[in-house]
Write a protein of this length. Structure first.
Length: 459
């Protein structure tokens, strides 16, 4: 009974027209689910340099005006206030940092004896410079210093007025300053600790470079990076720069379609100090192409093409793709000698020479094959299927080349924020594997290269 009904339906569909119509049963896609795939993490080795000039700039920005204030006379019979009067200058000296600090000093001190009230107080003012020498280290992106005062140098000899005469008191003030030199040095160290924490700047840079980048308008592709962990070695101070190795563990994705959301989360990124860093950068990019986007691109492959066998011809007007049970379903909406939709199935693979995703073991699904046997079995011939298969390709060659081309500006003195510069090189891409899920084709592509990060001239 079912067989008779089936034949009657075929007779109704194809018996009344020279252009036969096929209505094959559609292989329904697997259950819809979010785009989830096994990510492969990438590692970027990115040496980082901070110029001494930048440290000087940050220090001067933080340390202004009154930098020392001791108003307690009871402990050592003196009070002292110190102001910074001009910019601090930093120079390298035998692997350490020498700081020259111009200053103005106001001091009040008590001299004499308490016996019968025979004592007096005097106030003085003097201008000069203090020279400090600092051992500097940078660990976990934070600079710390351990400073000692090397020298006091007065612009003019400090004096007080006694009985109408100016009496030099350098011999009094210099020892008094010596009492406070550890406190003054600590004040400088505290300022360096406070101002030279570069972790917030590193996070700002990562947030900027994690924003999705459109790599091709024609292919509607976007690249984005999702940082996971940041590694760093201890710093070395040499040639006027603080240098360290910076490593970034991240996921990289290339997506086809509308602009994706940034995956950056400042709070979730872990910072881990390490003793050594690999000097090799390896990046695995997940090129995610939704079936909708891939269908649109493959439809273009068929435009203007006819598939013929003698006088019989068909034209593919539209291609739709979806996933079912580990295979790709390719729906070809056609017109010509045969109208309707036929369905092919195949397993995606990648041709590293042509840089195309193609389909192995491409064949008609069972339902399509049964209908074609009865109505248009010439479509079953290997020659026609082979010609169709040649157009059932999804090229990512131009996509990769354009992605690389569009990424190069981000490796050529790219400045994501004022005073921060990224430079590097990018090697060719290498294919790793193709995965399918219910919404997308994911091609995993490996790349290598070099990068470095420098900080100089931040606000």
């Amino acid at each position: 009974m079912k067989k008779t009904l089936y034949l009657l339906m075929l007779s109704f569909l194809f018996g009344c027209s020279t252009s036969k119509k096929i209505e094959a049963l559609k292989p329904e896609p697997s259950l819809n689910a979010p785009v989830v795939y096994n990510t492969t993490t990438s590692f970027i080795n990115m040496p980082m340099e901070v110029t001494l000039k930048e440290v000087e700039h940050q220090l001067n920005k933080s340390l202004n005006g009154l930098i020392y204030d001791d108003s307690n006379m009871d402990d050592d019979k003196s009070e002292m206030k110190i102001w910074k009067t001009a910019s601090i200058k930093l120079v390298e000296k035998n692997g350490k940092i020498q700081s020259v600090l111009p200053l103005k000093i106001w001091a009040k001190f008590k001299y004499g004896t308490e016996f019968m009230g025979l004592n007096d107080t005097r106030e003085i003012e003097a201008n000069g410079t203090i020279t400090l020498l600092s051992n500097v280290s940078l660990s976990n992106f934070k600079m710390t210093a351990n400073s000692v005062i090397e020298d006091f140098e007065w612009s003019e000899s400090p004096t007080i007025l006694v009985a109408g005469k100016k009496v030099p008191i350098t011999y009094i003030l210099t020892p008094t300053l010596s009492i406070f030199k550890d406190k003054i040095a600590k004040k400088i160290d505290d300022a360096i600790d406070k101002t030279c924490d570069f972790k917030p700047y590193v996070l700002d840079v990562l947030e900027t470079v994690s924003a999705p980048i459109e790599t091709s308008k024609a292919y509607e592709t976007w690249f984005k990076m999702v940082p996971i962990e940041v590694y760093n070695t201890d710093a070395i101070f040499k040639n006027g720069k603080v240098s360290l190795d910076l490593g970034l563990k991240c996921n990289m994705q290339t997506l086809v379609g509308q602009m994706p959301k940034s995956g950056f989360n400042r709070e979730s990124i872990a910072f881990k100090p390490v003793s050594k860093m690999p000097n090799k950068t390896t990046a695995t990019i997940a090129a995610v192409s939704t079936y909708e986007s891939a269908s649109r691109i493959m439809t273009k492959n068929f435009q203007g093409k006819e598939f013929a066998n003698g006088s019989r011809k068909i034209t593919v007007n539209k291609v739709d793709l979806w996933h079912k049970d580990g295979k790709m379903i390719i729906a070809l909406d056609m017109s010509g000698t045969v109208d309707g939709t036929i369905y092919l199935s195949g397993i995606p693979n990648y041709n590293p020479i042509t840089k195309e995703i193609y389909f192995e073991n491409l064949d008609y699904v069972l339902n399509s094959k049964g209908l074609l046997t009865k109505t248009a079995n010439w479509l079953l011939q290997g020659m026609i299927l082979k010609k169709i298969q040649e157009s059932c390709r999804y090229s990512i060659k131009e996509n990769l080349e354009e992605a690389k081309k569009n990424m190069l500006p981000y490796l050529n003195n790219f400045s994501p924020m004022k005073g921060v510069f990224v430079n590097g090189t990018l090697d060719d891409f290498e294919f790793e594997k193709v995965e399918l899920n219910n919404q997308a084709i994911i091609a995993f592509i490996k790349a290598s290269g070099k990068m470095n990060l420098s900080i100089d001239g931040m606000e």
